[in-house]
Design a protein around this ligand. Sequence first.
Ligand code: SF4
Ligand code: SF4
Length: 65
Amino acid sequence: MALKIVFDECTACGDCEPICPTKSIKPKKGVYAIDPDTCTECEGEHDSPQCVDVCTVPDCIIPLK
Ligand code: SF4
Ligand code: SF4
């Protein structure tokens, strides 16, 4: 299970990058992207996805599928 960042919604604020416990968020093509191979949706580490909690843009970070 993984989340993804909607490129058209991301403002590239960078707030989500440092709070990801699995270091899955990296700059990509001027915005940010989540590595689906390492994103755990924060399971086992936090009660909710930390990137979703910190992102101020509605519907910017959504389920991969
Ligand atoms: S859901 Fe958690 S593990 Fe996945 S990218 Fe967001 S902060 Fe990182
Ligand atoms: S917090 Fe949201 S808007 Fe900011 S870089 Fe991350 S996904 Fe993009």
